[in-house]
Design a protein around this ligand. Structure first.
Ligand SMILES: Cc1ncc(C[n+]2csc(CCOP(=O)(O)OP(=O)(O)O)c2C)c(N)n1
Length: 637
């Protein structure tokens, strides 16, 4: 029977021989490839950390000792070793299955949840300091990818670590890749650590250095294999040492025994220590090795070919591609238009620009705060920067949005991808808050297109604006409308009436617009109601004139949005009506005041949160009846 199937918990990893562990590593790889080929997921990062994760569980005692994985997209192996190899793993990233990230509510072995990059070192340091205050003796291990070092927060934590605790193990899992090839000076520096002959010279003196360091003897005992094969180094002049952490490595992160020995050494070390391991993204699956960017995170694929399912015929182009191609069009005609991404060129569609106009494309690394400030700086010199950042990751740049873009009134265009749900990724990735967090910022113009053609209009309009603009749009396919040859310049703050209504008016945003048209028709057919539909387009500024007119001419305004209801578009409508003294009934449709789990599809999650078409329809009808009953009661009085 396969070892993985019999494994009851991480403690059992300790009793396996090296041979059995090697077999187990193979089984884990097979399991991950099989499940991700069905469900999609982070294939490459997980195949790259199989030996590391086995070694962590060999050396430490989870959950007593705690692992903090950065992003935690590479946590599948940890899940498989900590009792989650059952049907829940078959349903990875789907409803009823385990999350694609570590999740505190999922297992006691997930000591820290994540999904955004750069959080591990700070959180691990906090845990280590709390342990020290409690006089505890458990270990805390932070596992960082090389790209975590492009995150400002990681550097802030690094600056703080040595002065706060004596015991913290940091594993730097260096595979040279972020999602794309890692960028910037830190990537070059890590490469230098691996290749610089100076360090290799120090390698030769390793034994004498190890004699002077507590625990070093154990590595010497482990023998010359470690020294020869893994370029063992202790580099006093390296960057981490300047920050006050000891540094050891780089070593081969796929040599299980070697990584185990080094982790044992780190475990007994009485200063914060960085263990630098070298791994290969996609290890054990040739196709992933050949296409590291695609297999960082992929949708379902055929194992034999690596190819995804062919797109269904007639599926419209997705918003990301429409955006990326429009960027090329506009940037070719205007030398001031530039595109900025925080390590997400393919996800956002800016990869089109990376290929076509590389001199106008800027990948700043996983550094959203910096991306926004960088854009602001360019805007002061007359450039028209377009920062393409997922809604969820833009949360990280809230202060620069307020302090550096809006307060300075700089014309930065924000293209907020993944506004709405990112179903398989779940709560760390849903973009359900941006309307609430942007609507309150003075000068921000906030909009959402009803389709991909209007996205191009909004981009064009924003590039002409002299103030900050924010365009949000969902993941995936557009509505299938043709893209006009010449984009339209929209009038900022003007909504579009798509259907007139005397009883009810549905004010919808984005994908809800086409849904609202269906709802309006159903209200007519089933309830005999005259329901109008407005493509709101702008959440800020709102089309106040149209809103107040409709507030007087109809009896119910319904708002529909992919944002939390609290503080979102519907709240803006309520506030406006209140300010203008209109007491028309308002019914808000949007996401509830809770974190929305991961699930198989948008439809599944909408149904689970009362947002499927039938429930939304029933809610509108109920509100309408309630409004009528109230007005009848008022007339009787
Ligand atoms: C704040 C933030 N921005 C962007 C992302 C998207 N993202 C997920 S993983 C990843 C790359 C991580 O690279 P690395 O840490 O080196 O780990 P690897 O996948 O190479 O093991 C990025 C950019 C994110 N999760 N969080």
């Amino acid at each position: 029977m396969a070892i993985l199937e019999t494994l009851k918990g991480p403690a059992e990893v300790k009793s396996l021989s090296l041979e059995e562990l090697t077999e187990l590593a193979g089984e884990i790889r097979t399991r991950i490839i099989e499940v991700t080929s069905q469900n999609g997921g982070h294939v490459g990062p997980n195949l790259g950390v199989v030996e590391l994760t086995l070694a962590l569980h060999r050396v430490f005692e989870s959950p007593r000792d705690q692992f903090v994985f950065d992003v935690s997209h590479q946590g599948y192996v940890h899940k498989l070793l900590t009792g989650r190899n059952g049907p829940e793993f078959d349903k990875l990233r789907n409803g009823g299955g385990v999350s694609g990230f570590l999740c505190r509510s999922e297992s006691e072995h997930d000591s820290y949840g994540a999904g955004h990059a750069g959080t591990a070192l700070s959180a691990a340091l906090g845990m280590a300091v709390a342990r020290d205050l409690n006089a505890g003796d458990e270990h805390v291990v932070a596992v960082l990818g090389d790209a975590a070092l492009t995150c400002g927060i990681t550097m802030e934590a690094l600056n703080n670590a040595a002065s706060q605790t004596k015991r913290l193990v940091v594993v730097l899992n260096d595979n040279k890749w972020s999602i794309s090839k890692n960028v910037g000076a830190m990537a070059k520096y890590l490469n230098e650590l691996i290749t610089n002959p100076l360090y290799n010279r120090i390698h030769d003196d390793l034994e004498s250095i190890l004699h002077k360091i507590p625990g070093g003897e154990s590595i010497i005992r482990f023998g010359s294999k470690a020294k020869k094969e893994a370029k063992d180094l202790i580099v006093p002049s390296c960057l981490f040492e300047k920050y006050g952490l000891r540094y050891i490595g780089p070593i081969d992160g796929h040599d299980l025994e070697l990584v185990t020995q080094y982790l044992k050494f780190c475990r007994n070390f009485d200063e914060p220590i960085v263990l630098h391991i070298l791994t290969t993204k996609g290890k054990g699956y040739d196709i992933a090795l050949q296409h590291p960017e695609k297999f960082h995170g992929t949708s379902a694929f055929a194992i034999a070919t690596g190819k995804g399912k062919p797109p269904k015929r007639g599926v419209p182009p997705n918003y990301q591609d429409v955006f990326g191609k429009a960027m090329i069009r506009f940037a070719k005609n205007d030398p001031k238009v530039v595109g900025i991404t925080g390590a997400m060129s393919t996800g956002t569609g800016l990869n089109h620009m990376r290929e076509a106009l590389p001199e106008k494309f800027f990948d700043v690394g996983i550094a959203e705060e910096h991306a926004v400030l960088f854009a602001a700086g360019m805007a002061t010199k007359g450039y028209k920067p377009v920062a393409a950042i997922y809604s969820t990751f833009l949360q990280r740049a809230y202060d620069p949005i307020i302090h550096d873009v809006c307060l300075q009134n700089l014309p930065v265009v924000f293209c907020m991808d993944r506004a709405g749900l990112s179903p398989n990724d779940g709560p760390t990735h849903h973009g359900l808050f941006d309307l609430s967090y942007l609507r309150c910022v003075p000068r921000a113009v906030v909009m959402q297109p009803k389709d991909e053609d209007e996205l191009v209009d909004m981009l064009w309009t924003s590039l002409q604006a002299r103030s900050p603009t924010f365009i949000r749009y969902p993941r995936g396919a557009g509505q299938g409308v043709p893209i006009k040859k010449r984009p339209a310049r929209l009038s900022i703050g003007q909504a579009e009436v798509l259907r007139e209504g005397e009883d009810i008016n549905l004010w919808a945003l984005g994908p809800w617009v086409s849904e609202a048209l269906d709802l309006a028709e159903r209200l007519k057919v089933e309830e005999g109601l005259s329901a109008g539909v407005v493509n709101a387009r702008f959440v800020k500024p709102l089309d106040k004139a149209l809103l107040t007119t409709q507030a007087k001419s109809s009896q119910l305004i319904v708002t529909l949005e992919d944002n939390v209801v609290k503080g979102g578009f519907g709240s803006a409508v309520l506030e406006e009506l209140n300010l203008s003294g209109n007491s028309v009934a308002v019914h808000r449709v949007g996401w509830p005041d809770q974190f929305v789990d991961h699930g198989s599809s948008v439809e599944e999650l909408r149904a689970a949160n009362g947002l499927d078409t039938n429930t939304v329809y029933a809610g509108i009808v109920e509100k309408w009846r309630h409004t009528q009953a109230k007005s009848r009661a008022f007339q009787v009085k």
